[in-house]
Design a protein around this ligand. Structure first.
Ligand SMILES: Cc1ncc(COP(=O)(O)O)c(C=O)c1O
Length: 481
């Protein structure tokens, strides 16, 4: 072996570089929480970033300290209270430390012997989440890499458990379909197409003024689909929808699914976390009726990306997802080997996802999730009140959780001009970098959108952001009039 590899694994190098990295990150945290530097997002054009990083890649033989600093400085700062953008938690520092441990140990987790603590921790986390959701001891599940993959996995299980045809062995021989709100996350649509059901396989249920599924339409849409020769095997509830954070009526959907003997899946990637919040738990009433539920730890539960729980009311169903044949084998107790996780996940090698959730639950208990969710949801309601009382602002709907869509409306502007104005001022905000918010389209209208994931954001930060946008809107319309 040459010196290069010895250098790669040198423990003293690791100690020195690691200490420097932790110092750098602790300073980042300290600064970000006290709103330093001023910019949350150091915006640069994609072509400039591409050029810069391509040049750096050729700059070989550097100590990693410089790279760590560059990545940190040029990244978006989720721990900054003026971060109000996408649905990603500002990672709890202790969970990030778990990330370093996980990455160096690099236990693969596909089978038990490759990741013994990770496998057992996963079991403990899954059982704890399932209990909190209101399921019994027969519930079980897995952790997987993100809500999109978890939703696909749940729907594959639904197909395996519910469809009349054995698709796993024979492929699609008839038109399968599911019902889901038009406001659901696009990954449900994508999952349907991945499963080969095509456009006919997704029946979109219209939503009401608050962007919740109109559950009274489930029955007629179901009957129509059956009359068209489709086999409807599942209904998906959103808890909550992505754009507006609207929670479907899970009790009504659960009753409908039970009546027709079809699978009831809940996409709770964002909002299932509400099970931990005493004040907001009512939003997921009926969750316990579901056959499967997805919940992201990296959205509302302070974990680093990407950590998702997929829970099945009947744990044995989780063994049916990827091997229908195995159902016969699995009738024997011994074959439900919960500890060989790759049998039940799309991933073969999987990172130790459980550590992130376990570390938070063990260090702080469930109370930390309650405090977090209540803080950000309450803040969102206060901001909605403030905007509502101020002329020139329009809300898409009252917020149910920590997601709010709103837009500037100025007298004399038609719909197209209002859309263009909101697009423009959001882009200006992004490029200046003092605040980070996003935008969305709802029924043809452009809305600005915040997801309040940083518990240190104050109402004053939100008011400053809105006033900044107002000033931009006025300047813009004066320039163009
Ligand atoms: C309701 C919902 N489902 C699924 C997803 C996708 O989750 P992930 O980004 O973890 O794949 C999202 C992400 O925004 C979401 O809001």
């Amino acid at each position: 072996m040459g010196d290069l590899l010895k250098n790669v694994y040198d423990p003293e190098n690791f100690r020195r570089q690691g200490h420097a990295l932790i110092d750098l990150l602790a300073d980042y945290l300290d600064n970000a929480l006290s709103r330093q530097p001023d910019r949350v997002i150091p915006w640069i054009e994609p072509e400039t970033a591409e050029e810069r990083w391509a040049a750096r890649l050729n700059d070989t033989g550097q100590e990693p300290g410089q790279l760590f600093r560059q990545v940190m400085e040029e990244s978006i700062k989720l721990h900054h209270p003026r971060y109000m953008g996408h649905q990603v938690s500002p990672a709890a520092p202790v969970a990030a430390l778990g990330g370093v441990l996980n990455d160096l140990l690099n236990n693969g987790m596909g089978v038990y012997e490759m990741g013994i603590p990770g496998t057992a921790m996963e079991r403990a986390v899954v059982k704890s989440v399932a209990g909190k959701m209101g399921f019994g001891p027969e519930a079980d599940g897995v952790l997987t890499s993100g809500g999109s993959l978890a939703n696909l996995t749940a729907l594959l299980t639904a197909r395996s458990a519910t469809a009349r045809q054995p698709v796993w062995t024979e492929g699609n021989t008839s038109q399968l379909a599911l019902l889901v709100s038009e406001e659901a996350h696009y990954c449900v649509d994508r999952a349907v197409r991945i499963m080969g059901w095509g456009e006919a396989g997704i029946i979109k249920v219209p939503s009401d003024d608050a962007f919740r599924m109109r559950t009274e339409l489930l029955e007629p849409l179901y009957q129509q689909a059956v009359a068209e020769g489709k086999e409807v095997i599942a209904v998906v509830g959103s808890a909550c929808s992505t754009s507006t954070g609207s929670f479907d009526d899970l009790e009504a959907i659960g009753r409908f699914a039970a009546m027709h003997g079809i699978w009831f899946h809940v996409d709770g990637a964002h909002g299932a976390a509400t099970i931990y919040a005493e004040k907001y738990r009512h939003l997921v009433k009926g969750l316990e009726l579901a056959d499967s539920v997805v919940m992201d730890f990296h959205k509302m539960l302070l974990s680093p990306t990407i950590t998702t729980a997929l829970i099945f009311k009947q744990g044995r169903n989780s063994f049916r997802t990827f091997a229908q044949k195995a159902v016969y084998l699995l009738n024997q107790e011994g074959d439900q080997d919960w500890y060989n996780l790759a049998k039940r996940t799309f991933e073969t090698t999987k990172t130790m996802l459980s550590l992130r959730a376990f570390i938070l639950l063990q260090t702080y208990g469930e109370a930390v999730f309650d405090e977090y969710i209540t803080t950000v949801n309450d803040l969102c309601a206060s901001f909605a009140d403030w905007l509502d009382a101020r002329p020139g602002w329009q809300l898409a709907a009252r917020p149910a959780c920590n997601i709010l869509c709103f837009r500037v409306t100025l007298p004399g502007l038609d719909e197209t001009q209002t859309n263009a104005l909101n697009e423009r001022i959001r882009q200006e905000l992004l490029e200046e970098g003092r605040f980070y918010i996003v935008k969305t389209q709802l029924r043809g209208k452009t809305y600005l959108r915040v997801t309040l994931t940083n518990p240190f954001t104050r109402i004053g930060d939100l008011e400053d952001m809105a006033l900044d946008l107002e000033a931009k809107a006025l300047r813009r319309t004066q320039e163009t009039s």
